[in-house]
Write a protein that binds this ligand. Sequence first.
Ligand SMILES: *Cc1c(COP(=O)(O)O)cnc(C)c1O
Length: 369
Amino acid sequence: MISLIDLKRQYTMLSNEIREAITEVLQSGQYILGSKVAEFEKRCSEYLNVKHCIGVGNGTDALVIALESVGVGNGDEVITTPFTFFATAEAIVRVGAKPVFVDIDPLSYNINPEEIEKKVTPKTKAIIPVHIFGQVCDMDKILEIAKKYNLCVIEDACQAFGAEYNGKKAGTIGDVGCFSFFPTKNLGGFGDGGLIVTNDDEVAEKARMLRQHGSKKKYYNELIGFNSRLDEIQAAILLVKLKYIDDWNKRRSEIAQRYNQGLKLDGLITPAKTNNCERGHIYHLYVLQHERRDELIKYLSQKGIATGIYYPVPLHLTKALQFLGYKEGDFKVAEEVCRKSFAIPMFPELTEEEIEFIISSINEFGGSI
Ligand SMILES: *Cc1c(COP(=O)(O)O)cnc(C)c1O
């Protein structure tokens, strides 16, 4: 079976380095916010070219803390996409604000900037563009609208570590950026982890306080905060992996090119690269569309090829968000993509034979019916 992502291959390749890094933490006696987290934050600042990096417990907390740090709360509205992982909207609701959805662009699967302006009201405080599957959103247009209405832009860059847009790294284009180091992300730990990035000193200071009980100095609590810190062991692992992220992202792009060129099945829609920057898309996932998706994934599973559906339900139709009052038909593009899309294996360690086998299997689907 070829898995969607085989995390063991990366571990096997780096096992010595990673075991050494973990042992160092174990022997240090410092397990929470020690030198590894500080070093990782510093390295990320250099890599992303951003002033402040704040390690937190996971990507969801990064979004919640970022929203609170810029002052989004009760009664505010936040514009975002219905085609994302649930956490994007969950974070908005968690701080007391209301997610306001806007349909996606059918090519990039990212929020359609043309639709954003229609949803701005006096209550709108922020926009959360999500760089879905690793492709950076049309940020120029989003920033233009944000400027016009004085809105804050929080990038959900959880799927886009290392992606670029006009010379800037994803996460550093808007006011605040949020990353996740969940194991399957492009840069993934061996557990949960997250990062908030910003060039704004005040927002950074507040986020730093919020991650540990609203205090700058231990036991002198100034705000009601969270207990949400990047773990020291995860930081040590991520420091090892950060060295390889450019190579891995490059390899993902190469595999995507192979898929794009090799896949010929009738009616198959391959992912469009709408962002013309060289690293505009880092292929966290490689997502295809086909009218007969369900038959196709069943056939691939019989061939030993894993697939995944990202995402089966657009957020406006999830049970948890029913209270927002959306209904089927509200966001037709997102709904259609949810019905037709599926991801095929994508990770840097895929072998040439596997790539060939995946391509030929998909191309032969027509012949098998
Ligand atoms: C993974 C992900 C998150 C949440 O990150 P966790 O670390 O799992 O909390 C949020 N948004 C998007 C788009 C994601 O892919």
